[in-house]
Design a protein around this ligand. Structure first.
Ligand code: MG
Length: 280
């Protein structure tokens, strides 16, 4: 895979052909794949998916785990529902996570990623230790598969995330850095955050967000890449300084013109990539 290969965040459901077509039209060589439901993870379908991506010349770099009950409506709902943090769902979700890691292995993919959820920051909180333990179980399963486990940034500050990673203490635990999430969740300034967790970053989401709130909305809003409060060029220059060589994956959800936004984002990344990497 070439350095800073461009990619998009994608998903397959019933229509792999169509979405794969769309990805091919965008001219990218990598994708991150949102894990499909179990009925799409059978050995036969996994083989078919693997062959389709291979025939298209597209490398799947990370398979992302999500759960149907994850609710991002408010910060409070995030704390209650997202990832491996909610105690009531933890065992069931752990089993699903390990199954998705095995699915990723069947596709030949070297990493899974996830919003782990809002880890209670106080080490004295029993829930904190239990989340550390469940994260180790995912890491150890992934390690046996020859895979890494990437934590999506955003719900906690970079300092908390770094402390958590050190506490879990597994070599294959890494970070999927999403600068927009730091803004969306009010978790700190994206570039300062990147400096703190930089050595762990093995994948990124090129996503933007604006600090301007719409009236009555609790959230900051996603924005097309390059139009929000993420300084994309500074972000890439910081990645360059860190020696990051992985893919640049555009994530753009909830847009009235998703295809147009993706195209514009890829144009911007290609231009910046040339400016920063030049012939290197
Ligand atoms: Mg993201």
């Amino acid at each position: 895979m070439e350095r800073w290969a461009t990619g998009v965040f994608t998903s397959i459901r019933g229509g792999l052909g169509a979405s794969l077509d769309a990805v091919q039209r965008l001219g990218v060589s990598t994708v991150q794949l949102h894990a499909p439901t179990a009925d799409w993870r059978t050995p036969a379908r996994s083989r078919e998916t693997r062959e389709q991506f291979a025939a298209a010349g597209i490398t799947v770099t990370v398979v992302f785990v999500g759960f149907p009950e994850d609710d991002y409506a408010t910060v409070e709902r995030v704390k209650q529902t997202v990832g491996l943090v909610p105690a009531a769902n933890r065992e069931e979700r752990l089993a699903e996570t390990l199954a998705i890691a095995d699915y990723a292995r069947a596709l030949g993919v070297e990493a899974i990623g996830m919003h782990l959820g809002f880890v209670p920051p106080d080490p004295a909180d029993p829930q904190h230790g239990q989340v550390v333990e469940v994260t180790r179980r995912v890491c150890d399963h992934c390690r046996a598969n020859g895979q890494r486990f990437h934590l999506e940034t955003g719900q906690e500050t970079a300092e908390e995330l770094r402390r958590f990673i050190r506490e879990v203490d597994r070599e294959n635990l890494a970070v999927n850095f999403d600068p927009a999430n730091m803004i969306l969740y009010g978790a700190g300034e994206p570039l300062a955050a990147l400096d703190l967790v930089g050595p762990y970053v093995r994948s990124v989401h090129c996503k933007d967000a604006t600090r301007t709130r719409l009236p009555g909305q609790p959230w900051h809003a996603d924005a097309p890449l390059g139009t929000g409060d993420v300084d994309v060029e500074a972000f890439l220059r910081r990645l360059y300084k860190l020696g990051y060589e992985g893919p640049l994956t555009v994530e753009r959800e909830y847009s009235p013109d998703q295809a147009g936004d993706l195209e514009a984002a890829l144009r911007l990344l290609t231009e910046l990539r040339t400016r920063i990497l030049g012939g290197r």
